[in-house]
Design a protein around this ligand. Structure first.
Ligand SMILES: Nc1ncnc2c1ncn2[C@@H]1O[C@H](COP(=O)(O)OP(=O)(O)OP(=O)(O)O)[C@@H](O)[C@H]1O
Ligand SMILES: [Mg+2]
Length: 854
């Protein structure tokens, strides 16, 4: 340690405080990394590893990135799950006495990034704080880049399950907590940061609380908020003054969707590659701003549970759907509105540059027109939005007068402030410009005075202004020229006159840049002071944008308004699958009805061949229900939707080998979970339960499940199956209804009719579907032969079974014993009679005689 260079001592002292981060240490024009950080970064960023003398025997491993293009490197490290601390030079190295002062000014973690280049504009970037006290939990979640802060406490029921559902809803990038949360990695990929527990017990600063929750006996939401607040402010050095309020809610306020349901229904991410394509969000998103797009995603991720809240949205969608011209105008105007939320956050965090303020100004220009248009809307929600939109004329004028339209992105490059805004800026600018034209005149004057045509006055950073004369004219150089530098072909000189001017030009330029920067910061602070109002307007614009998008879709795709009711029933006429019908390869989508309630039509058993559309039909029911709860119109002729508290799905085969669960084990644990957590208001989608094991085991489980759903519990369920035996349950339980999706066989081919009908299917057409899929013909033929064999023996078995049941005397009207004498006598009489020769009357008499013998 003793021998270390002072710089290296400074580095190690800083690194000691940020052990969990990769420390980027500013040295001149580079951010350098040393030791282990250098080894990691050079590997992850694919940059060259070098070394630096540090006073020890071995050189310190080192690598670096240029300061002006650091963002992509940070982004790469964050994406790979590292935290980055930026250590800046706090004083001008030229003026520093001894070693330059340095300190960490910024820490970037997956949950706290705020740079545009590191963020997805259509996605929120959440950081979450979780707090546990006994069996109750609370959480606080914030998107630092937009100023959003929400908090919720989970006190009743299966609290852990509810907590997990909230976590998967937000999919935070980073989590802090006062308990072990590693298990959450099973559900989402997230960075878990270590924190000390005491931050959760600190007093949470008073900011306004937007929605008060009913229960006052607990307010542990404050602990989660405090944890988050102190982590961000103290550890991560994030300015939070743009977070002006916290929205506190109860988890029950929203429809509960677990990770499985979210995935299977492909609400915002598809199953294939977690992208938007082919999701409900993909269909519904016609928003004009990225703020709107983010909000729509949020609405889809948390469908409402309250009829009045849903109707409030539906009323506005209905109004905007009808008012075509206003809607089109609004959508057009919104297209020119920038991401005010993120711009404001950047402004507050002193990250915004001139271009950002110009973007704000250009957005402000649209506000009066948007406000005026929204005044023409009558629905309550639109009215509220209208009142919340501010037009910010003052800020708009201020930015317009002060900030140069074509200012550079870098703040210290000057050319930020418009001429005419500030007298001092104008004076300095004149001096600097005037100085430059003086140089041009000076060059001309010197050429004339010396007679050297090739004399040139130039500038570089090291020597400032100088006169350059090529070697061939050296003897003509006047005596007052002072030689400064000798090059191969020329000499460089200065004069006292030139030096004086240089001081005044450079002085003016430096002063100008500093002054422009100061003025810019003042203006930025003025904008930042209105953060709360700005964010309120931004939110109103986002809601307007989402409502426009929903009504545009409703209009374009012929959706209708769902009728929300409190009864436990869903009645859909001519429903369609919102996503399948929009896929480019879907020829024509066949609509279908659906009726389910909690008494007479509780369990719908859906049979039909492979590829018939069973899974589509069931998902469609779930998606229409979700859409209605979002406040969206639905793809159906009409739809009555009863408030549904949760949707569960058990779809398709999957296994979790890493988690130690086989396919069938997974299926059964999911089933157990669903049965434990579903309520009478839930909707269950069970797609082919029990198919992952032997036929009889599977069938028995499926049978028992349906019995349980009907007898023990009362759970509304859509149940698809290839076990046609299950359809007898319709006669056993009053709540079971059979439906099938038909297909017909034409020669070797199969034609899918896609129409859902009452009754049961009797064939699966698995082999025909295999042929359709391109399985080799030879194999298909063999499969056909096996099927025939199996069916034959199955028929035999069925006959025997029927006979047995007959013998056991369970069924049949002709109940008697084979050994009985009467039986033998009847058999004898029947054997002897010749039916061909009998008249009808004789036959009737014989029948009469036989009957008397029973
Ligand atoms: N109503 C419909 N109109 C048009 N196409 C449909 C309809 N329903 C389903 N399809 C098409 O049929 C395909 C197969 O549907 P689906 O996966 O729902 O069949 P399935 O009955 O569940 O088959 P399996 O028994 O093999 O699981 C879908 O991908 C879709 O393209
Ligand atoms: Mg299916």
């Amino acid at each position: 340690m003793e021998n270390l260079t002072p710089m290296m001592k400074q580095y190690l002292k800083t690194k000691e405080q940020y052990k969990d981060c990769i420390l980027m240490f500013r040295l001149g024009d580079f951010y350098e990394m040393f030791f282990d950080d250098a080894l990691t970064a050079s590997k992850e960023l694919e940059i060259t590893l070098t070394g630096r003398n540090c006073g020890m025997d071995d050189r310190a491993p080192m690598c670096g990135v240029p300061y002006h293009s650091v963002d992509p490197y940070i982004a790469k490290l964050i994406k790979k799950g590292y935290k980055v601390a930026i250590c800046e030079q706090l004083e001008d190295p030229a003026q520093a006495k001894g070693i330059v002062k340095r300190d960490v000014t910024r820490i970037i973690t997956p949950g706290t990034v705020n740079e545009n280049t590191l963020l997805d504009e259509k996605e929120n970037n959440y950081i979450m704080s979780l707090f546990k006290k006994g069996e109750v939990y609370s959480l606080a979640v914030s998107d630092v880049s937009t100023g959003e802060l929400s908090s919720c406490q989970i006190i009743y029921g299966n609290t852990l399950e509810k907590l997990i559902n909230e976590v998967v809803k937000y999919k935070p990038k980073e989590i802090i907590s006062n308990f072990d949360t590693k298990f959450l990695k099973e559900y989402i990929s997230v960075y878990i940061s270590d924190v000390t527990e005491d931050i959760f017990d600190m007093p949470f600063p008073l900011i306004s609380i937007k929605s008060k929750i009913k229960t006052n006996d607990f307010d542990i939401w404050r602990n989660a908020c405090a944890g988050l607040y102190y982590y961000l402010v103290n550890t991560r050095k994030t300015d939070l003054s743009h977070i002006t309020s916290v929205y506190v809610y109860e988890a029950e306020k929203y429809m509960s969707l677990d990770a499985n349901a979210r995935d299977n229904l492909e609400l915002t991410e598809n199953l294939k590659d977690n992208k938007r394509y082919g999701t409900l969000l993909w269909v519904l998103d016609k928003t004009s701003t990225s703020m709107g797009s983010r909000l729509l995603k949020k609405w889809i991720e948390q469908p409402l549970n309250d009829i009045d809240d849903i109707n409030l949205r539906l009323d506005s969608v209905a109004e905007l759907k009808d008012k075509y011209i206003i809607r089109q105008e609004l959508m057009e105007l919104l297209k020119s509105v920038y991401d005010i939320e993120r711009l404001v956050s950047k402004t507050v965090m002193a990250n915004a540059n001139g271009k950002d303020l110009i973007a704000l100004k250009n957005s402000f220009y649209k506000l009066p027109h948007i406000k005026e248009l929204s005044s023409k809307l009558q629905s309550r929600l639109c009215n509220e939005l209208h009142n919340d939109i501010d037009t910010f004329e003052d800020l708009c004028t201020l930015i317009d007068k002060s900030i140069n339209e074509d200012c550079p992105i870098i703040l210290r490059d000057g050319n930020l402030i418009k001429t005419g805004f500030d007298e001092e800026v104008d004076k300095l600018r004149k001096a600097s410009h005037g100085g430059k034209s003086w140089i041009i005149d000076f060059e001309e004057k010197e050429k004339e005075r010396t007679g050297i045509k090739k004399l040139r006055v130039s500038y570089n950073k090291v020597f400032g202004y100088y006169i350059e004369i090529t070697n061939s004219f050296i003897d003509q150089v006047p005596n007052d020229y002072i030689r400064k530098q000798t090059l191969v072909n020329s000499e460089r000189y200065i004069t006292s006159e030139l030096k004086k001017m240089e001081e005044s030009i450079l002085g003016a330029e430096e002063k100008l840049i500093r002054l422009e920067y100061e003025i810019f910061c003042r203006i930025r602070d003025t904008v930042a002071a209105s953060a709360e109002k700005l964010l309120k307007t931004a939110y109103s614009l986002s809601v307007t944008d989402v409502l426009c998008s929903l009504s545009e879709i409703a209009d374009r795709y012929l959706y209708n308004r769902p009728n929300m009711v409190s009864a436990c029933e869903i009645d859909i006429k001519e429903g369609r699958h919102p996503v399948v019908e929009r896929m480019p390869n879907c020829p024509e989508f066949i609509p279908n009805d659906l009726y389910i309630n909690d008494t007479s039509d509780k369990t719908l058993i859906i049979t039909g061949p492979n590829m018939a559309g069973k899974s589509t039909y069931m998902r469609q029911a779930a998606l229409i229900t979700v859409m209605a709860h979002i406040g969206s119109f639905v793809p159906a002729q009409s739809a009555t939707i009863g408030i549904t508290d949760k949707i569960f799905t058990r779809i398709g085969a999957s296994d979790d080998l890493a988690g130690g669960k086989s396919t069938f084990m997974m299926e059964m644990s999911e089933l157990a979970y669903i049965l434990e957590n579903a309520t009478d208001r839930s909707l269950l989608i069970l797609d082919e339960i029990g198919r992952g094991t032997s036929t009889f085991d599977g069938l028995s489980i499926a049978w028992a499940v349906i019995e349980y759903l009907n007898e023990t519990r009362s759970l509304r369920t859509l149940f698809s199956t290839h076990y046609h035996e299950l359809t007898v349950l319709e006669d056993k339980f009053s709540g079971v209804r059979n439906y099938f999706i038909s297909a017909i066989k034409k020669d070797k081919d199969i034609v899918f009719l896609r129409k859902v009908k009452r009754g049961a299917a009797n064939e699966s057409y698995g082999i025909e579907v295999a042929r359709l899929a391109g399985v080799p013909e030879q194999l298909i033929v063999r499969a056909g032969e096996f099927l025939m064999e199996l069916e034959k023996s199955e028929n035999k078995r069925t006959r025997i079974r029927k006979k047995e049941s007959f013998i056991e005397g369970q069924v049949g009207i002709l109940e008697f014993n084979k050994q009985d004498n009467g039986y033998q006598e009847i058999v004898e009489i029947l054997k002897q009679c010749d039916i061909q020769k009998m008249t009808p009357l004789e036959a009737l008499n014989l029948l009469y005689e036989l009957k008397n013998k029973i």
